[in-house]
Design a protein around this ligand. Structure first.
Ligand SMILES: [Zn+2]
Length: 69
C-alpha cells in the first residue's frame, strides 16, 4: 500500500489565518496558515491553491461576501 500523497493547503483549522482571535497561535499549522493534508481531502480553488474539501462551504461564503462588495 502506498502512502497517500499530501499537499500544502490553506490550513483547515484557522482558515489560513494562522491565529485565532488574532493572538492565539494555530496548533495545526504553527500559525503559518498552511497545513499538509491528504490530497484526497483537498481541492484546488479558483486561485489555484489547495484547500480542504471541508472548507468548500467557507470558500463559497467568502466569494459570496466579496461579490457583494
Ligand atoms: Zn492553522
Amino acid at each position: 500500500m502506498s502512502e497517500e500523497k499530501k499537499v500544502l493547503a490553506i490550513c483547515p483549522r484557522c482558515k489560513g489565518n494562522g491565529y485565532f482571535n488574532n493572538d492565539i497561535q494555530c496548533p495545526q499549522c504553527n500559525s503559518s496558515g498552511w497545513a499538509l493534508i491528504n490530497k484526497s481531502q483537498a481541492y484546488k480553488n479558483c486561485y489555484g491553491t489547495y484547500e480542504s474539501i471541508a472548507d468548500k462551504g467557507w470558500e463559497a461564503r467568502a466569494i459570496w461576501v466579496s461579490r457583494k462588495e
